[in-house]
Design a protein around this ligand. Structure first.
Ligand SMILES: Cc1cc2nc3c(=O)[nH]c(=O)nc-3n(C[C@H](O)[C@H](O)[C@H](O)COP(=O)(O)O)c2cc1C
Length: 388
């Protein structure tokens, strides 16, 4: 199988088969099926919200490459008059720098430095993109899910219900079916904002935002949590407070207060994996009796199959990447194909640190057993949630 993997890696560098998950199942007897926000996926790899999901042609390239899901760029909510309480997040900024960043552990990783924030075109334009996303999702080619940032009040203020109501209903109408799948972004620039200085205020948002959204329309809700500027124990408090969500995306980028920018790299994955380790060690994670597998979606510095498995072994049934799609083309071993194909080629087939190699290694180490002759990605996830 290792020799086969080396051959496939070389051959798929020129062209990745779109249905590579079926190929992996037939060739290696590895079932990569995964879950995100109630959707069954052929494999766990999706694209996180950002500048790479702004238009139909980007979605089409991702569909053609065989990506499992995409989260659309975050739109800033508005009420029926067009007023946006989070308007400061709807700024226009085009310049992005893809750069190396050294981490506290001494490793260099990639980060994208960018001062922009949310969707900066009209709300009508966003609704048109949501209609396209819904069509792609219904056709079965690609799951594409909208993302929103809504009003976040200070602790002594009420929620602007009109903003939640108008935006959620408009998105639900554009989606055209029940329920609307939706991500709610608590972004890193928010954790750099004075609004997020108060722990009680953040915990109230996490408890009440799902209630506000669900009062407006039937929604399947993912909450994308930020890395707040507090300690790891507070990250766990945030997870427990947000436990009414259907999926928790863990965790958006760190915030560099000196430079005033969000960042990723190894500091981000080190922190995220450390907090997920602590979550797994709790007797009653999130303070609920509901099953945790299929609840978590990982994000942060994922650029190898092994990192996908690091998140899966801590309970994430899918992952969403962003930075790895933006590297210079010379960083990918593939010599042809779209950027998305090159990313998938490296993540899945790299004989050293790809997903297939990592699953075979887990089997060899006795951490993963075949069922009916197959290794299952979701067994890695389920094992993370078994009481220990
Ligand atoms: C330039 C850029 C823009 C982003 N914009 C958004 C956004 O609008 N909404 C959101 O939820 N996440 C946004 N993200 C976060 C990514 O979706 C992702 O979760 C995060 O960067 C961690 O993954 P990565 O290390 O693979 O980039 C953005 C990230 C980058 C680098």
């Amino acid at each position: 199988m290792r020799a086969q993997l080396a051959r496939d890696f070389a051959r798929f560098a020129r062209e990745l088969p779109r249905d590579f998950a079926t190929y992996v199942r037939e060739t290696y007897r590895i079932n990569l099926s995964a879950r995100y926000l109630g959707f069954d996926l052929p494999h766990p790899i999706g694209k996180g919200s950002g500048q790479l999901s702004l238009n139909e042609s980007q979605l089409e390239a991702d569909r053609a490459a065989g990506l499992a899901f995409v989260v659309l760029k975050t739109v800033i909510a508005q009420d029926e008059s067009g007023a946006q309480t989070m308007a400061a997040w709807a700024i226009h900024e085009t310049k992005m720098e893809v750069e190396q960043r050294a981490s506290a552990s001494g490793l260099d990783g990639w980060t994208v430095t960018w001062k922009g924030r949310g969707w900066d075109r009209s709300f009508e334009d966003y609704l048109a993109l949501v209609r396209t996303a819904a069509d792609l999702t219904r056709d079965g080619g690609l799951i594409a899910v909208p993302s929103v940032k809504f009003h976040l009040p200070r602790i002594d203020e009420p929620f602007r219900e009109a903003e939640y109501r108008f935006t959620t209903r408009a998105l639900a109408n554009a989606w055209g079916a029940i329920p609307l799948p939706l991500e709610k972004d608590f972004s890193p620039t928010l954790s750099g904002d004075a609004l997020a200085d108060d722990r009680a205020q953040i915990l109230r948002w996490l408890r009440d935002v799902p209630v506000q959204i669900r009062a407006a329309a039937p929604v399947r809700l993912a909450v994308k949590l930020m890395n707040a500027r507090f300690d790891d124990a507070f990250q766990l408090e945030m997870l427990a407070a947000a436990n009414a969500a259907d999926t928790l995306v863990v965790f958006n980028r760190l915030f560099d207060a000196d430079r005033g920018v969000a960042y990723g790299g190894w500091d981000l994955s080190d922190r995220n994996l450390r907090v997920l380790d602590r979550l797994r060690a709790l007797a009653s994670p999130l303070g609920t009796a509901r099953p945790l597998d299929r609840l978590l979606c990982g994000t942060g510095n994922i650029h190898t199959g092994r990192l996908i498995l690091d998140y899966a072994r801590r309970g994430c049934s899918a992952v969403q990447l962003h930075t790895f799609f933006q590297l210079p083309l010379t960083e990918y071993p593939a010599t042809a194909g779209s950027r998305t194909q090159r990313v998938l080629h490296k993540l899945v087939f790299d004989p050293d640190d790809g997903l297939v190699a990592g699953m075979l290694d887990l089997e060899a180490a006795g951490h993963l057993a075949r069922r009916d002759g197959e290794l299952h990605f979701l067994d890695v996830v389920a094992d993370a949630h078994r009481p220990r």
